[in-house]
Design a protein around this ligand. Structure first.
Ligand SMILES: *Cc1c(COP(=O)(O)O)cnc(C)c1O
Length: 470
């Protein structure tokens, strides 16, 4: 494709994306595709001669569009907002267009320095402690794994330079609550800790980790000759928006010399609201923190920020320095390849730059505030309806709810819950995620798609009330 051909097809593709977004309300929210629906329409071999952009566009329309779930739909209340703001879409397009690969600073000076500045901007508006330094990772899963590897190496005095974990005489232990995201366990396993050395700390009635239980487990492990290594605390737990008490956990981490990682992947976006920053009090004691602007903020997947208190330690754990990557500017500049697992990096900071500049912080704040207010509104409706229950403290924009008609319990209640939520989900009018809480099904309503207004939430409440009548 020549630049001129790109210009023509590119313009029509931009129009196509704009039309998709403008008309998204006319589509169903969650896909009702049957397994293999797409595979059956795709040729089993690639074409050997060039196809035309028109044919490709027609297939996007006929094969792809009917078989996607519309995450950007205003009636999307599933999982978490995976917002892809159009500002960020354009920034991401520039990243691909420039085709940069940040192997080191010299390979793309602007890639590195824009990333540094965007991490500082986000730090400033989010109230992240000044002494921390950040890097963009692909996902929170990677950030957590990097945190746990860093914990492992600090606790073992750099065992990687000797026999690694395999040569350690003491088992290294990690602690987290059952309300943590599944990526914490995965990160712990992949960082080599082993399942026996992951400990699940009990939570209180708000689903927040109980610090006294954490301390008890640490003391037990020390008595057994094991080495407490890291604690992962969550602000904004996946199921219920649990907020583990950071100040107490920080005190315990300091006292027993544990690495203290804070996972604020989803809720971290709310740090841009001064009235929500209290949820993050105690962050100054953390060794590492991750938050995902690719969720609620709108920076388009993938963009996960990872901040650490001791970047030198991170670099010592992650760095390899073969001769072909050494340059004359080493030492004066940041080499982000030494701040994580991948060597090459995309220019992800562009989408944050576009988002922050073209929207401005004030507009972003109002959108996030709007979502929290919509959640509070729905919470009030539900609390004022005798058969409905809100099961979690609504700290941000996620509600965990059940409809409990007279006398219904246990298996019957589960059936009822799944019946009404599946009816709404399969109708295509809205989408919510059913999930387990304390061994029973409930429904998560996560508010915060870019276009979700109060009217949309009112519409959802009407749909829910209708669905339980049937
Ligand atoms: C979404 C989420 C994750 C995982 O995020 P990825 O970026 O997809 O890896 C981890 N922790 C929490 C609290 C989350 O909300």
């Amino acid at each position: 494709m020549t630049p001129d051909e790109f210009r023509i097809f590119g313009h029509s593709l931009i129009d196509w994306i704009a039309d998709y977004r403008a008309g998204i309300r006319t589509r169903r929210v969650w896909s009702d595709a049957k397994p293999n629906a797409v595979l059956e329409q795709l040729p089993s071999s690639p074409p050997f001669d060039p196809d035309s952009p028109q044919n490709l566009l027609a297939d996007l329309e006929q094969i792809i569009l009917p078989n996607i779930s519309n995450w950007q739909h205003p009636m999307f209340y599933g999982y978490f907002p995976a917002n892809s703001s159009l500002e960020a879409v354009l920034g991401d397009l520039v990243s691909s267009g420039l085709g940069q690969l940040g192997l080191n600073w010299a390979a793309s000076p602007a890639l590195t320095e824009l990333e540094q500045r965007m991490l500082e901007w986000m730090q400033q508006i989010s109230g992240i402690p000044n002494h921390m330094k950040g890097v963009i990772q692909d996902t929170a899963s990677t950030a957590t794994m990097v945190a746990l590897m860093s914990a492992r190496e600090r606790s073992t005095d750099y065992a990687l330079a000797r026999g690694g974990l395999q040569a350690e005489s003491q088992a290294q232990m990690i602690y987290f609550s059952a309300q943590c995201h599944s990526s914490i366990e995965k990160g712990g396993l992949l960082a080599g800790f082993g399942k026996d050395n992951l400990r699940i700390v009990p939570v209180d009635k708000n689903f927040d980790l109980i610090p006294a239980e954490l301390e008890k487990m640490i003391l037990e492990d020390i008595t057994l000759g094991k080495k407490p290594c890291a604690i992962v605390a969550t602000v904004g737990g996946t199921t219920t928006t649990a907020c583990d008490p950071l100040p107490e956990i920080g005190r315990i981490a300091r006292e027993y010399k544990l690495w203290f990682h804070v996972d604020a992947a989803m809720a971290g976006t709310a740090m841009i609201l001064p009235e929500k920053q209290h949820l993050f009090a105690g962050l100054e004691g953390a060794d590492s923190l991750c938050l995902n602007p690719h969720k609620w903020l709108g920076a388009t997947f993938d963009c996960s920020l990872y901040y650490v208190s001791d970047p030198e330690h991170l670099v010592r754990v992650m760095s390899t320095n073969p001769s072909y990557l050494q340059t004359s500017t080493d030492g004066q500049v940041v080499q982000y390849r030494d701040w994580g697992v991948p060597l090459g990096r995309r220019m992800r900071a562009l989408k944050l730059w576009f988002l922050l500049r073209l929207e401005g912080v004030t507009k972003l704040q109002s959108r996030i505030r709007r979502d929290c207010e919509n959640a509070t509104w729905l919470e009030e409706q539900i609390k004022n309806s005798s058969e409905w229950k809100v099961l979690n403290p609504v700290r941000l924009q996620t509600l965990c709810i059940r409809h409990v008609p007279n006398g219904l319990e246990a298996v019957e209640l589960d059936k009822h819950t799944l019946a009404w939520v599946n009816e709404i989900n399969s109708s295509g009018a809205a989408y919510m995620t059913p999930a387990m809480l304390d061994g029973r099904w409930m429904v998560r309503v996560s508010i915060g798609a870019l276009e979700t207004t109060r009217e949309d939430v009112m519409q959802l409440w009407a749909l829910m009330q209708e669905a339980v009548q049937r």
